[in-house]
Structures are given as structure tokens and as C-alpha cells.
Design a protein around this ligand. Structure first.
Ligand code: SF4
Length: 372
């Protein structure tokens, strides 16, 4: 087994700069009257433009509700990509971060893909520039290149496979069984989790999600002692000492399913707290606790919220539909799009041929911790 880290030291600096920029663009909270008025305006515009709203679980609850009420969807990035591709609407509004809009455009090149704020990005995407990544791939031509969805179209264009957190493990396991060695990018925690579970030979890029990287193993242990009956649900972008305490490790969709399907009445959840909106709607009588990102002395005990996801707002949906041609719209160069489409379709074909592969991982994944 070979596991090596590629030392990409610029990542932290670029992430920090852009977080300040993102928080500055997060909209102020609305009064109930303002919210109702904006929601109605957005609803009217969606109907007028025959557009469909595709939202991620981490965006504002009002946007999630609007998507559900208007025939759109709220889901993880795998389902967002499939939903947008298969829906009859010719205009897709993608409420999430930049790579999600790009994935929608890659799969639906003839559709108009709009986003509430084109500046909404992701530390994983920022930390994996296409030119440095291409040099990494060139240095290891014997490896199959597997990239996480949270990357630019240009990085996907250089890859053999794209994966999401729903299907990363079964796909890497499949490649490993065929004797292939993997070059993995960009999330080091997800990559390391997949490596431990599959035993695959993986060479890794050194990226991280600024939200999940903050969960603290020691603090989680203390919270578990306070709630001994709570099941612990963890997204695999979290550090190893957090993942190792999990009853369930999975994607956002898999964690949501765990809350609704498991017998337990209490859950500690380690993922972006935007996820709690759908979890509370799906299981209103269950108690949910946010996994800690800091100790008792901190001003914020759990601050797990993505600033780029938080930039998405009702006003942004209205603006992108009201603005003229090309405003708020996602474009991907055609040669890049065609190459990137290949690696996304490989994943979608695998998932279609192995439907249980993405459903299974929600339960009892961590050896030695016990089945959920
Ligand atoms: S939560 Fe993390 S992985 Fe998701 S968009 Fe934000 S920075 Fe990227």
C-alpha cells in the first residue's frame, strides 16, 4: 500500500482570503414579511421562465423550501447532477456552489444554467488549480485519476473518474479489485477514509473542506458522554479522529436517510449545519445535536456552516432570473466540457449499474465502532 501526500502549500492562504470575501457577501436575515414577498416573487419568476430550482442541502432553508414547493429538488451533488440532466426544464437554477453549476452545464449543455451568486465557490475547488493538478497527473501516468465532485470543470477534464461522497468508496473498491492504482484529489480526509476502507493504493492531493476540517475529535468524545444514546453521523470530509467515532459515515443524502430510518431518537451530526433544516423536517420528533468545532471557551461551540453556501439567497434567485442574457449564467468551454462529461458519465453509469452501492454505505461502516 502506498499513501503519499502531495505538498500543496498555497491552499490555506487562498482559502482564507476567499472566506472573508464570502462572509462579506452573505445576506442579512430577512423579516417574515420580506421573506414571504421575496419567496412569492421568486416563485412567479420560476414559473414565468419555466425554470426549475435545484438546491443543495447546505443552502438557506427558504431556498430549500422554495425548491420543494415548486417541483425542484433538494439533494446532494450526485442527485443534483442527475435531476438537472433529466428534468424537462430548459433553465436550471442551481443553488449551491460553483462546481455544482458547472456539473449541471457539463451534463446539460443546451440548457441555461443560472446561479444565485457565481462567486460561491469551495475550498476544495480553490485548493486544486487545474495547472498544478495536471502536473501532478503528468508525474504519475501509471495511476487512474479519480477526482471528487468538488473540483473545477478543468480538473474534471483531466480525470478518468469523478466521484461524490455517495459513491467514492464503491468506485475506488471496484478499481482496486481490477488492480488499478489511484491518484486521488482533492479532499485528503475523504481520500484517506476511502483508502482505509478499500485498501487501495492511493496517492493523494492535500486539500480539505474548511467546514468539515474543523470538527474536533476530543470535543466530540465529550459530547457523546453527555448523550450516550445518541447515534453519531459523520460526513467523510471530517478528520479521522471524528470519523472513527461514527456510527454512520456517509454523504449528506445517506446521513439524512440514517436520521429517518434508524431507531434512535438522538443524533450527533458532523456536517454543515444547513443539513439540519431537512433533517428536522424529515424527523421532527428526533433530537439533533451539532458536532462541536471548538471547545468550551470558544465563542462559537459549533460553527459548521459554509460561507459560500450561505451566499445563496432568495434575492439571488430573483436577480439571476431578472437579469439580462448571460448574467448569473454558467458557461464551460466546449472542449473542456466534453472531456469532463466523460468522467462524470462514467460515475453515473457505474451508479446506475450498481444502485445498491450508493444506498448501502449509510449503515455501520466503521469497523470496531459497531453497526448503527
Ligand atoms: S461545505 Fe466544504 S466541501 Fe462543501 S462547498 Fe463548502 S467548502 Fe466546499
Amino acid at each position: 500500500m502506498t499513501t503519499a501526500l502531495f505538498d500543496y502549500t498555497e491552499q490555506d492562504a487562498s482559502g482564507a482570503t476567499c472566506i472573508a470575501h464570502a462572509w462579506a457577501k452573505v445576506p442579512v436575515p430577512l423579516s417574515p414579511t420580506q421573506r414571504d414577498a421575496l419567496k412569492q416573487r421568486a416563485r412567479d419568476l420560476l414559473a414565468q421562465h419555466r425554470a426549475v430550482l435545484v438546491a443543495h442541502y447546505y443552502v438557506d432553508g427558504d431556498l430549500q423550501d422554495l425548491a420543494m414547493e415548486t417541483g425542484g429538488c433538494v439533494s446532494d451533488s450526485l442527485e443534483m447532477a442527475r435531476f438537472g440532466r433529466d428534468h424537462a426544464a430548459q433553465t436550471l437554477i442551481v443553488a449551491g456552489v460553483r462546481f455544482m453549476g458547472e456539473s449541471a452545464k457539463i451534463l446539460s449543455p443546451h440548457k441555461r444554467v443560472l446561479m444565485p451568486d457565481l462567486d460561491a465557490t469551495c475550498s476544495l475547488d480553490l485548493g486544486c488549480p487545474a495547472d498544478s493538478f495536471a502536473a501532478f497527473c503528468d508525474a504519475h501516468p501509471d495511476r487512474t485519476v479519480v477526482v471528487y465532485a468538488n473540483t473545477s470543470a478543468a480538473v474534471k477534464a483531466r480525470a478518468d473518474w469523478m466521484v461524490t461522497s455517495s459513491c467514492a468508496l464503491p468506485i475506488v473498491r471496484h478499481l482496486h479489485e481490477q488492480g488499478q492504482k489511484i491518484l486521488w484529489a482533492p479532499d485528503r480526509h475523504l481520500g484517506s477514509y476511502v483508502q482505509r476502507q478499500s485498501g487501495a493504493d492511493m496517492l493523494m492531493w492535500n486539500g480539505a473542506c474548511i467546514v468539515h476540517d474543523e470538527f474536533r475529535g476530543i470535543e466530540l468524545e465529550l459530547l457523546r458522554r453527555e448523550h450516550p444514546n445518541a447515534k453519531v453521523l459523520v460526513h467523510p470530509e471530517s478528520p479521522r479522529n471524528v470519523v472513527e467515532q461514527a456510527d454512520v459515515v456517509g454523504s449528506t443524502a445517506q446521513l439524512l436517510r440514517a436520521v429517518t430510518e434508524l431507531d434512535a431518537q438522538e443524533f450527533i451530526v458532523a456536517t454543515d449545519n444547513g443539513m439540519f433544516h431537512r433533517m428536522r423536517q424529515a424527523a421532527p420528533h428526533k433530537k439533533l445535536f451539532e458536532a462541536p468545532t471548538a471547545g468550551n471557551s470558544a465563542t462559537c461551540k459549533s460553527c459548521a456552516h459554509c460561507p459560500w453556501m450561505a451566499m445563496n439567497a432568495l434575492q439571488g434567485v430573483i436577480d439571476c432570473l431578472e437579469q439580462g442574457q448571460g448574467q448569473g449564467e454558467v458557461f464551460v468551454d466546449e472542449p473542456v466540457r466534453v472531456k469532463a462529461e466523460g468522467c462524470i458519465n462514467r460515475m453515473l453509469d457505474f451508479v446506475a449499474a450498481n444502485p445498491n452501492a450508493t444506498r448501502q454505505p449509510a449503515q455501520g461502516l466503521v469497523p470496531g465502532i459497531g453497526a448503527a
